[in-house]
Write a protein that binds this ligand. Structure first.
Ligand SMILES: Nc1nc2c(ncn2[C@@H]2O[C@H](COP(=O)(O)OP(=O)(O)OP(=O)(O)O)[C@@H](O)[C@H]2O)c(=O)[nH]1
Ligand SMILES: [Mg+2]
Length: 463
């Protein structure tokens, strides 16, 4: 009989890495010094986990070590440090899908001395062991959460280290600049140092320019990661739900000829040429005594307030009514696209009837026959300023990056002022050092513990 509880350092972690529910297989991951011993203890097969070479897959059974009761038939992968995801000895057990086998296997791992992994702890260990820097660890999270293939590409570039390398290069150049300032900048002798000051200012401006571009690109590229949201609004029966379904390419919302069909706000994600957009279908916007409708209208107003822009739908087959105008007037200050629907029927509405000659982005569609949807997608891209975004390989993707890059910008502007005002070299060097420090924080060279905890808390257990 094998003796359980063989690991005592509390440093070997285990978790189910696959999502809960029924599936083909489930994977349990164990990482840390004790993982091979744990595997040895709970695995029964031709070869033993402790004696095989690294990166081998063994076929066998997982047993309850005390009773030798069989739990499941598995494939067990043995991976020795340091060439593993976490940089530590790692074992991955693939068992039959479904929660019971995986849960039971996790239980015996825990009984044998592992502890439950925290959220993102495998990736955190990869970071702490130098397998990934911080932007790469964030990229792992973005790969898992990617909503479109473009989002996935951008995360994969980040995992490959394109952003890290760019940030690292910038940081190294600032560190050299700092040394240069400390060593040679001396304003006490004007004649010698003034050209030098000019040269330094030029170098700082050059870096500032790159940082400025990164911030700008990053702000726009964050749309790829986080997406935007839009609310479809309009009078009852104009075809809002039909348009919602047409954009989603599925029959999600109920469509009927009866006005007032949609009562609640319905949401769904769509992919507009690679940009994730969360779309809300709402109930017809009209004054109502009916309590259900009144609540629905409140929710519609809330959706409009909380989304990035509005798709205002009118029925193009009937003359415009005061209700359409009233709705338009209540939302015309928001970014919006006017969508004239039902163009498969005879035309009764002109854009100018709605806008009184003021220019608004607009589009004519038939949600029923799916015409004009491509053009609408283009208008959406134009409105969100995404029609000309190229996905560069080294783009900051997170608010955390942008905030730190803005700090870099601020410190470098301070340094420039310092040169202009002929402050002491120490002061100028200090600003440059601060800028380099913020760059280091992006890749996790020095990152406060709270920031790290916050980043890894976003992960799921088992990643
Ligand atoms: N001919 C034609 N009919 C359409 C089109 N779009 C929607 N309809 C019809 O218009 C009616 C109302 O469509 P819905 O999509 O339910 O309209 P809605 O704006 O969501 O309506 P409420 O939820 O009641 O506010 C249905 O009978 C649809 O089949 C279109 O492009 N052409
Ligand atoms: Mg509807």
């Amino acid at each position: 009989m094998k003796v359980p509880k063989i690991v005592t350092d509390d440093n070997t972690i285990a978790a189910i890495s696959t999502p809960p529910g029924i599936g083909g297989i489930a994977v349990i991951r164990i990482s840390g010094k004790g993982s091979l011993k744990i595997a040895e203890c709970i695995f029964k097969g031709k070869s033993s986990p402790l004696s095989v070479e690294t990166h081998r897959v063994l076929y066998g059974r997982i047993i309850e070590p005390q009773t030798e009761e069989e739990i499941d038939e598995v494939l067990l992968t043995v991976m020795h440090a340091p060439k593993t995801y976490t940089g530590e000895d790692t074992v991955e057990i693939s068992c039959h899908g479904g929660m019971v086998p995986a849960q039971r296997i996790l239980e015996v791992c825990l009984k044998t001395g592992a502890r439950t992994a925290e959220r993102g702890e495998f990736t955190k260990r990869a970071f702490l062991n130098g397998r990934l820097d911080l932007t790469q660890a964030e990229a792992v999270l973005d790969i898992v959460a990617a909503k479109t293939k473009e989002g996935l590409h951008s995360a994969l570039y980040q995992l490959d280290g394109f952003l890290s390398k760019k940030i690292k290069r910038l940081k190294d150049s600032l560190v050299s600049l700092q040394a240069e300032i400390e060593l040679s900048l001396d304003f006490s002798d004007e004649d010698i140092t003034f050209p030098k000051a000019k040269e330094l200012a030029k170098k700082i401006r050059y870096t500032l320019n790159i940082i400025g571009k990164l911030i700008k690109e990053g702000k726009r590229a964050s749309i790829i990661r986080e997406g935007l949201s839009a609310t479809i609004i309009g009078k009852p029966n104009v075809g809002k739900s039909s348009l919602f379904n047409a954009l989603l390419l599925e029959e999600r919302a109920i469509v009927t000829p009866i006005p007032g069909t949609t009562r609640d706000v319905i949401e769904g994600w769509i992919n507009v040429n690679g940009f994730p957009l969360k779309l809300y279908d709402t109930c017809g916007f009209q004054d109502s005594e009916n309590i259900v409708e009144a609540i629905g209208i409140e929710k519609t107003k809330e959706a409009v307030e909380n989304t990035s822009f509005v798709l205002f739908v009118v029925d193009g087959s009937i003359p415009l009514e005061t209700e359409d105008k009233r709705i338009f007037n209540s939302i015309k200050e928001n970014p919006l696209i006017i969508v004239i629907n039902k163009i498969d029927l005879p035309k009764r509405v002109q854009i100018s009837d709605i806008t009184n000659g003021v220019s608004f982005p607009s589009c004519k569609v038939s949600a029923k026959e799916l015409t004009g949807i491509e053009k609408l997608n283009k208008e959406i891209l134009k409105l969100i300023g995404a029609s000309d975004i190229k996905i560069d390989r080294a783009v900051p993707t997170r608010t955390r990056h942008i905030v730190l890059l803005s700090k870099v910008e601020e410190s470098l502007l301070n340094a420039l002022n310092g040169i202009e005002e002929k402050r002491t070299p120490e002061l100028i060097a200090f600003d440059v050092k601060e800028a380099a420090g913020s760059l280091g924080e992006i890749i996790g060279e020095v990152t406060p513990k709270e920031v790290l905890d916050k980043i890894f808390e976003e992960f799921c257990i088992g990643k």
